[in-house]
Design a protein around this ligand. Sequence first.
Ligand code: ADP
Length: 502
Amino acid sequence: MAAAAPAIDPRLGADALSFVNSRHQLYIDGKFTASSNGKTFAVYNPATGEEICQVPEADHVDVDRAVHAARRAFDSGPWPAMLPSKRGQLMQRLAELLEQHTDEFAELESLDNGKPVSVARVADVPLAVDLFRYMSGWSTKTLGSTIPLSAGNDYLSYTVREPIGVVAQIIPWNFPLLMAAWKLGPALATGCTVILKLAEQTPLTGLRLAQLIDQAGFPPGVVNVLTGFGEPCGAPLAAHDRVDKVAFTGSTEVGKLIAKTATGNLKKVTLELGGKSPAIIFPDADMDAAIAGAASAIFFNQGQCCCAGSRLFAHESVFDKVIDGMSNIAAKIKIGPGLDPATELGPLVSEEQFDRVTGFLKSGKDQGAKVNAGGNRSGDRGYFVQPTVLSDVQPGMKVVDEEIFGPVVVAQSFATDADLDRLAAQANDTIYGLAASIWTRDISAAHKMARRIKAGTVWVNCHNVFDAALPFGGYKQSGWGREMGAEVLNNYTEVKAVTVKL
Ligand code: ADP
């Protein structure tokens, strides 16, 4: 344990403070426990760079313990055999408990990740609650079908959907609680058991959620929660041959490693990875809405969204107006610690992320980008970066080609004569295919463009609209499979075809 006294933000409420100051433990087989090696690691406040607490550092031994617990809960425990309605009730209970602790979770998320507490309170926590509620309904609705056979009328054939089994879930730091909910919801609804590995940068809300899972009364081993680093903890989990599926959200780089390591036992794999999503503004758009929308598309969550609108395309007749409008918004955004209720843009999550994003800013400038707003760090303490609007950019520049994962948009114009095919080719000129937004009043152009975009989500006259009922995921190198909606259930179930000779 580090000797340094934790420096905690005085705006933290009593419940969140008491949790931060408590002893943090892994959750394995229904018990809170230290890591087998006794090691811990520090969690930092990104607004100050100071340590806030220590959490256990799980390694392959803890992974093994957790997998065995999840295996037992699946193979001989009550979970897959439990009445579906009872599983749904437990999920409802979890949603209720989470909702009751909205303020505490919002504060913990803000302290740990840096995001504005005002946003966490109305977005991260309620969306996680909704997700558990929505998915609880599916526990009674994972349906099969009856299928007429051409082989003859004297057969009865039907399909059933069965839970895949033990699922390893590895999540990132940008929406720590919400990503935990996206992952746990469909697994629990379908009767899978889980080992959830939290991101090392942001373990607090996941650890607190483990306590609520325990309080809600889920049987031991159904959900196991680990804190630890990628290689010593995430990698053995993804590779484990007694795990039936791995679901990962994070960088495309690590996603590729996970896909490789999963081949050992050919476990099923779903991946929700990076993006470089276009926001496309047509000249007939409602300009005020489009400008505000495109700004929010990139600056929301400090730009740390896999579906951030990080490449802006605006028609040449409105390009200057759009750049001026977004730059004005960027200049006025209130930057500060997440726990300040007035803050609109918090710090980036970590020093590593800060170095990465400021490195991209330098590269953009070095390669000739024009800085219309921002372009630098903000202040001299913590990991704050100014919301930034770059123009004079083209494909081939790092800031255009690569995912920055910070509040930095690169803006390009398109010509009056650009037909939709050409514009779509520009928008699709990326290895990613997660999302896009189209801003126009012309409904034909909107739908024609939506068809041409190679991405899992297309928003028209909006961006970053999420719902538990809407599938979310990527084309191309943005991933495999979908999160949320009815779609995700296919990724947590196997289909069995049963045929009876009558
Ligand atoms: P980012 O680059 O956005 O920090 P990562 O993809 O590195 O995101 O991390 C997302 C999650 O993947 C984290 O929980 C991290 O610990 C985990 N992780 C990192 N490396 C590996 C790995 N080699 N195998 C399994 N999980 C990993």
